[in-house]
Design a protein around this ligand. Structure first.
Ligand SMILES: [Zn+2]
Ligand SMILES: [Zn+2]
Length: 333
């Protein structure tokens, strides 16, 4: 359903709590249980893998005389690009399959995928998308990572010490800290990108996709890629500095790349453990922004900053239209 231009309804914090309660209930007990198991396994694996791999990494660096900053720039660069590539290969397979299991979670059900709507226009857009995504990953990412090292005085920004590896608790609070700060920075930079001057020259490229797909997550003008993709996560990580282990930085970065690819996938899957967190934005949330609600839903990770500034009122009206009517249907049955 396309966004409407009607004056939206104002909502209080109590309304937001009801919206959150409905979001949890909509997933249902089965998927929430799956998310609890997935989330628990994810964190347990991350902590275990860190203690397993990290001594080997330090041994490798020592044997090959690789400095921490060199490893942090090179590894972050290659690893992040690889995670994004793998995520998108997985999504390409899912798109190709068109299996009813996945298609039932398609956000814009009344719109066909862009490659079905107009195959010729899609091939042109795909070529442009790949060129820009490659430029951002091959040129912009290493440049910004190197700049981060220079700002940290030629050292790695994060700790490399084995004793600083995260516990589950450290990992979780640093994940939540990054999510909140990232969301605040992203909402701010994203709202700047929607000012007419920057929108026309910069952000319009990202909005070529009125129905987001995985690859579109990084289809952005290089300036936007820095302001909207790298800076929002970079700032909380810089604030944490040596309190954050480099391994934690990589793990959170991985989840962030998976999250942004999912957020742009065009699907709103019920199996996303981070959506157990309160006020977490779903894939449908950002998809609504792409669908035409371009001055709303400016947030990334959470709905909080949008709620404070009233940026998501249209979206909540939209949810009322879809799910409110279903609630009424159930009452009258
Ligand atoms: Zn987007
Ligand atoms: Zn936008």
């Amino acid at each position: 359903m396309k966004p409407t231009k009607q004056q939206p309804k104002k909502r209080t914090f109590l309304d937001l709590l009801t919206i959150e309660k409905d979001r949890y209930l909509r997933k249902g007990f089965f998927w929430q249980s799956v998310n609890v198991v997935l989330g628990y396994s994810e964190v347990t694996f991350i902590i275990w893998f860190g203690s397993f791999i990290w001594p080997k990494v330090l041994e490798f660096l020592g044997q090959n005389n690789v400095e921490e900053w060199q490893f942090s720039v090179f590894f972050s660069w290659v690893y992040n690009a690889s995670v994004f590539a793998i995520c998108n290969v997985v999504f390409m397979v899912i798109y190709k399959l068109e299996h009813p299991f996945f298609e039932q979670y398609k956000v814009q059900k009344d719109e066909k995928w862009p490659w079905i709507q107009d195959p010729k226009a899609w091939r042109e857009l795909l070529s442009k998308t790949l060129q820009l995504v490659l430029f951002n990953n091959l040129v912009i990412v290493p440049f910004i990572l190197y700049l981060g090292v220079l700002l940290s005085g030629g050292q790695s920004t994060h700790s490399f010490a084995t004793q600083d590896l995260p516990t589950a608790w450290t990992f979780l609070w640093q994940y939540c800290f990054c999510l909140i700060i990232e969301d605040a920075v992203f909402t701010f930079t994203h709202s700047m990108l929607h000012k007419p001057y920057l929108y026309k020259r910069v952000h319009k490229i990202h909005h070529t996709y009125t129905q987001a797909i995985g690859l579109s997550a990084e289809y952005a003008h290089p300036l936007e890629f820095v302001l909207g993709n790298m800076l929002p996560l970079g700032i909380p990580c810089m604030i944490l500095g040596k309190r954050m282990h480099f391994y934690t930085f990589i793990a959170i970065g991985t989840l962030r790349i998976i999250g942004t690819t999912l957020g742009h996938s065009g699907y709103d899957f019920p199996f996303e453990p981070s959506e157990l967190l309160p006020f977490r934005a779903t894939s449908a949330y950002h998809d609504y922004h792409h669908a035409g609600n371009i001055n709303g839903n400016l947030g990334g990770g959470t709905v909080l900053v949008d709620f404070i500034f009233g940026f998501n009122e249209h979206y909540y009206d939209h949810l009322d239209k879809i799910y409110g009517s279903k609630k009424e249907d159930r009452k009258t049955q």
